[in-house]
Write a protein that binds this ligand. Structure first.
Ligand code: HEC
Length: 139
């Protein structure tokens, strides 16, 4: 396997730089796809976002109310701020229950829910960028 395959498989984490409350640069310089991001947010096996959040995804009837409604989040937060909240939400609020979607091992916080994610980030760098692109459309 070459580096590109490992990155795609999500078994190598790219470095990222936090500036203020944001990660200004896209992970790996990748470009996100909002349609794929929407599917990830809606997904009950991967994103799991709707366990806690509501979002304007009407075909998913069961949505959470533990966390802020994602409607309008693209107006409140820019891409860098959204990226940090997905990659390392604990940097914004150390007490948060939101899992870190781009961190491997026990740090990720989601292992309690799904042991199969252990040793791998929940989402790959490309998937993080896809979700950021989708959230940016929620104005
Ligand atoms: C286990 C519950 C949980 C899950 C799952 C979860 N979140 Fe969150 N999320 C939260 C909570 C709670 C907050 C509020 C921030 C805090 O805790 O300080 C939050 C905050 C956010 C914010 C910042 C919102 C704002 O208005 O400031 C974004 C963006 C976000 N989540 C996106 C997502 C996405 C996208 C997913 C799925 C990939 C996801 N979250 C999964 C609980 C969750």
């Amino acid at each position: 396997m070459g580096l590109a395959d490992l990155l795609l498989a999500g078994s190598v984490l790219l470095p990222f730089q936090v500036t203020g409350d944001a990660i200004p640069a896209p992970l790996g310089g990748l470009t996100g796809d909002a349609a794929r991001g929407r599917a990830l947010v809606a997904s009950r096996s991967q994103g799991l976002c709707l366990l806690c959040h509501a979002a304007p995804i009407p075909e998913e009837r069961q949505q959470g109310n533990l966390a802020p409604d994602l409607q309008g989040v693209g107006q409140r937060l820019d891409a860098g701020q959204l990226r940090l909240r997905l990659v390392a939400p604990h940097r914004v609020n150390p007490e948060t229950v939101m899992p870190a979607y781009y961190r491997a091992g026990p740090d990720a916080g989601l292992n309690r829910v799904a042991a199969e994610f252990e040793g791998k980030p929940v989402l790959t760098a490309q998937q993080i960028e896809d979700v950021v692109a989708y959230l940016r459309t929620l104005k």
